[in-house]
Write a protein that binds this ligand. Structure first.
Ligand SMILES: [Zn+2]
Length: 124
């Protein structure tokens, strides 16, 4: 039962922490720390504090599972990257489907042209 480092919200008592990365939002939630795949996707999330989310992540390539607390900014960026990934995936699929259909249609048209397909073909 190893509890992950639980970064509770730091008390802002005027003391500025050394590592403030405001401005440069770095998002590598989609990159698997184990195999480097960039298909890591969120499986679960819940609010953690006012501006943070506890996110469970999973890599479909190597079955890596992780969890972390991320700022809203990071997740906005992650969301954008996921959207891009999904769109490119769908684009690939569309191109693939279209070229498959074109192949089939042209093969069918060619078969019709040379009368390879006759009504008998459709009778058991
Ligand atoms: Zn992985």
């Amino acid at each position: 039962m190893a509890e992950p480092n639980n970064n509770k919200r730091d008390s802002t008592d005027g003391q500025s922490g050394g590592t403030n990365t405001a401005g440069a939002v770095r998002c590598d939630l989609h990159i698997c720390p184990t195999c480097g795949s960039d298909f890591v996707f969120p499986t679960d999330w819940e609010p953690s504090g006012s501006a943070h989310w506890r996110v469970s992540l999973r890599c479909p390539e190597c079955e890596w599972i992780g969890e972390g607390v991320y700022a809203q900014d990071q997740l906005d960026e992650y969301d954008r990257i996921l959207d891009l990934g999904t769109e490119s995936l769908i684009d690939d699929l569309k191109v693939l489907t279209r070229s498959n259909m074109e192949n089939e249609i042209s093969a069918f048209a060619r078969a019709l042209e040379v009368n390879l397909i006759i009504p008998d073909d459709f009778v058991g």
